[in-house]
Ligand binder design. Structure first.
Ligand code: AMP
Ligand code: ZN
Length: 492
């Protein structure tokens, strides 16, 4: 099978073929760094990361580019409202640069905790003003712009395909009214490329340009920076679904208006994470950060697991109950992996270990691959992983090789956390005989405790727990039964 992705342009699953054989250029819209990312925003970046890791798993070499918006994004995605960065800087009495530095660092700290690989290129808007001016000049030379009351606008009447991604009905004035009516625009869908005079006085960051001292509109940064790092035509562009009608629509007008050819081949959009009480927004009360999740006692990877349990094109409802069930599922996976590691002699698989063609682990991995190739179906991919670790016919070494390959896509730290959760292996407990005998004795006691609990003989069950505790053995009751580990050494 080949990789198939749902292309928002065309609204269908399409076989993926990159511009250059074996190489993928991929641009994902990044954060506006005026506040912490909320967990909804983080869904967009986990999705980008799964896409990138999946491409690598399937044998492509990937160049992943992400912008950081540190200027020009107004509180409304169109041209209304204040500049988010400037507004926050004013409210805090800090400079735009200080705000941007602080929240950029916070963003990458969050993404790192979620095992999101840092993009190959992270580019800041304020460091690419020249590229934006150069692109706007190209648009001007091709007759796509007009100047009105101090701002330079993109004239959508010069780009007949305007709105093709969102399938906008431009004749529908009601739809046009979604955009703040700006008397200086010829058409309500026109948008600003360069601001000089605007509603914001004393704008902190301004640059010289052929249209006067000012600053760029939000959309131009993505067109300019993506083409600078990936060329005038590249493979994949991602973002949340909210970006379809305005931001990505305007990016296409700018990029294809300037070059006169197709810009992005596959448009991928993630659906929203929603709260019980509706939309999560940075201004609303239901603003949850990754730190809130950690403060509630969850591992950041429990949140990653929760996200992978939904397909990226389905809305996902957040609740603490779902987080608990994600935590339990990940924990039971880790415990099973720990047992597999023990059975394999206590160490992680070697990078050189390969699966034999006849290995019973192979069908699991092949099905996993097929799910990933089917528009990145992480929920189905996850169930193959659960199946693999439960399959007693797969030898431990082979299981480890296959599950490591799966976890290179899912990035749930299964081997790392599994190693930390392993019981003392016979190898490092002195004599192999004694170690395994003692392990068997503990396992038998754990089994006896389970029976006692079933028979509601809680006194005996507690007695066993206390006896084992005195020996330094810790019991953990989970959905898959009770597991145990020793509290000595550096094992968690
Ligand atoms: P922003 O920092 O506001 O530009 O948003 C960053 C990314 O998060 C964009 O790709 C948005 O489309 C995406 N996004 C915003 N809210 C949500 C949400 N609730 N669920 C999923 N993605 C979101
Ligand atoms: Zn963008």
């Amino acid at each position: 099978m080949a990789l198939r992705l749902y292309n928002t342009m065309g609204r269908e699953l399409q076989e993926f073929t990159p511009v250059h054989d074996g190489r993928v250029g991929f641009y994902g819209c990044g954060p506006t760094v005026y506040n912490y990312a909320h967990i909804g925003n983080l869904r967009a970046y986990v999705f980008q990361d799964v896409l990138r890791r999946s491409l690598v798993f399937l044998g492509y070499s990937v160049r992943h580019v992400m912008n950081v918006t540190d200027i020009g994004h107004l509180t409304d995605d169109a041209d209304a409202g204040d500049d988010k960065m400037v507004k926050t800087a004013k409210e805090r009495g800090q400079s735009v640069l200080e705000i941007s530095r602080f929240y950029t660092d916070a963003f990458f700290a969050d993404t790192e905790r979620l095992n999101i690989l840092k993009p190959d290129v992270v580019c800041k808007a304020t460091e690419h003003i020249d590229a934006m001016i150069a692109l706007i000049k190209r648009l001007e030379a091709r007759g796509h712009t007009y100047f009105s009351e101090g701002n330079l606008y993109f004239d959508i009447s010069t780009f007949p395909e305007y709105g093709k991604l969102a399938r906008l009905n431009l004749g529908d004035l009601k739809a046009g009214a979604r955009i703040d009516v700006d008397a200086n625009k010829r058409n309500p869908y026109d948008f600003v490329l360069w601001f000089t005079k605007s509603k914001f006085e004393n704008q902190a960051l301004v640059w010289d340009s052929p249209w006067g001292r000012g600053y760029p509109g939000w959309h131009i940064e993505c067109s300019a920076m993506s083409m600078e790092y990936l060329g005038e035509q590249f493979d994949i562009h991602t973002g949340g679904i909210d970006h379809i009608p305005i931001h990505h629509t305007n990016e296409i007008a700018q990029s294809e208006g300037a070059t006169g050819k197709q810009w992005v081949r596959y448009w991928l959009h993630n659906e929203f994470l929603v709260m019980d009480k509706g939309k999560m927004s940075k201004s609303g009360g239901n603003f949850l950060t990754l730190q809130t999740v950690v403060d509630r006692g969850f591992d950041p990877l429990d949140y990653r697991y929760f996200l992978l349990g939904g397909h990226y094109r389905s809305q996902l409802a957040f609740s603490w109950e779902s987080m608990e069930s994600a935590r339990n599922s990940r924990k039971s996976l880790v415990q099973r992996v720990a047992r597999i590691i023990e059975a394999a002699g206590g160490s992680a698989p070697d990078a050189t270990d390969a699966l034999a063609a006849t290995s019973p682990a192979r069908p699991w991995l092949e099905r996993f691959r097929a799910h990933i190739e089917d528009d990145l179906s992480t929920p189905r991919a996850l169930s193959e992983l659960h199946g693999l670790v439960r399959d007693g016919s797969v030898g431990p070494r082979e299981a480890l090789v296959a599950l490591s390959a799966m976890d290179a896509v899912l990035a749930l730290d299964l081997v790392k956390d599994g190693l930390a959760a392993t019981v003392r292996s016979p190898k490092d407990s002195g004599s192999a005989e004694t170690g395994s005998e003692d392990d068997r004795r503990v396992t038998a006691l754990v089994g006896e405790r389970a029976e006692a609990k079933k028979a509601r003989n809680f006194a005996r069950a507690d007695e066993i727990r206390n006896q084992l505790k005195a020996e330094g053995v810790i019991l953990e009751d989970g959905p898959g039964g009770t597991t145990w580990r020793r509290s000595d050494g550096d094992r968690a």
